[in-house]
Design a protein. Structure first.
Length: 95
């Protein structure tokens, strides 16, 4: 996946640790969204923090593309993240 998005091998130990950390963060987002799905009103704070994190991540991904550090495939992820943020905003409006 890393090679596919960034056209680079994942051989630098520091970059590899950051990559693993990103997967850990993704897993924590998953757990948080499961809590929100279980009780949306009680866990709206988790949804808010998740949305802020998702928006920040989408902006960072877009910046990687604009800086030439990621190829155009990452735009699929960027668009998906922005759609997710829009749906989350709708969720808060309806809450």
């Amino acid at each position: 996946m890393f090679l596919f998005l960034f056209n680079k091998e994942l051989s630098d130990p520091l970059v590899y640790e950051i990559y693993k950390g990103a997967w850990g963060t993704t897993f924590m987002f998953f757990i948080g969204y499961l809590l929100v799905a279980y009780n949306p009103v009680k866990h709206y704070g988790i949804a808010l923090l998740g949305g802020i994190g998702k928006l920040g991540f989408a902006i960072t991904e877009l910046q990687l593309y604009l800086d030439g550090l990621a190829n155009s495939i990452i735009l699929v992820i960027v668009i998906g993240d922005f759609i997710f943020c829009a749906l989350l905003l709708y969720y808060f409006i309806k809450l």
